[in-house]
Design a protein around this ligand. Structure first.
Ligand code: 5GP
Length: 208
């Protein structure tokens, strides 16, 4: 299975793809960084859309931000082995990576990005030791708290729960292959682009 997803067999006409996990504590900005990557580098990068049992937030679109599924549907996905990894996040809802689209994207030579929590990251590392593990780090604890409060998507109780999880998640940083500090989104995206070795297509015309 590891060989299948990581494209160690060559498909004619495609380069071997790769799998990169982007993880890090709640509110560090994983979603924003990965959305920017998806927006600007879609020719080379494919960002997985996770399934989740949580309710959509205002503005979130089914199939774009998440696949919003019922508990029964999620159970079915687990039973069918349709998920590459899955976890209960913040003791609140289940989240998982649909296996088939990720496998297909790797086979098509794409750099596949999974934006997932630490539990999922550990599962991927166990199943696919070749996966590149990137930890997105906040500039400071105070800044992380400020971002979580600032986005206003959680009530006080949920916020406390997420911060408790964040402390545990920060402790896992040394087990990652790479750490990118997300102080400013543009810089973090540039760092990730550099790490992935993405190249802008050139027109081939000399600069006047
Ligand atoms: P939110 O509810 O704020 O969108 O996401 C909560 C957390 O779930 C984030 O830390 C995010 O990285 C994580 N998450 C999103 N999709 C997945 C997934 O497919 N698998 C796992 N394990 N975690 C995910």
């Amino acid at each position: 299975m590891a060989a299948e997803i990581l494209g160690t067999h060559d498909t004619p006409g495609t380069g071997p793809g790769s799998l990169t996990v982007v993880s890090g504590p709640t509110a560090v900005g994983k979603g924003t960084v990965c959305a920017k990557l998806r927006e600007d580098w879609s020719d080379q990068v494919w960002v997985s859309v996770s399934a989740t049992t949580r309710q959509p937030r205002p503005g979130e679109i089914d199939g774009v931000h998440y696949l919003f599924v019922s508990d029964d549907e999620f159970d079915q996905m687990i039973a069918n082995d349709d998920l590459l990894e899955w976890a209960v996040v913040h003791k609140a809802a289940r989240y998982g990576t649909p296996r088939r689209p990720a496998v297909d994207a790797v086979a098509a030579g794409k750099q596949v990005i999974l934006e997932i929590d630490l539990q999922g990251a550990r599962q991927v590392k166990r199943s696919y030791p070749q996966a590149r593990m990137v930890f997105l780090d906040p500039p400071s604890w105070d800044e992380l708290v400020r971002r979580l409060v600032g986005r206003g998507t959680e009530g006080p109780e949920e916020r406390e729960r997420r911060l408790a999880t964040a402390r545990e998640e920060l402790a896992a940083k040394p087990s990652f292959d790479h750490v990118i500090v997300n102080g400013e989104v543009g810089q973090a995206v540039d760092d990730l682009v550099g790490l992935l070795g993405l190249q802008r297509a050139t027109s081939g015309r000399p600069i006047a």
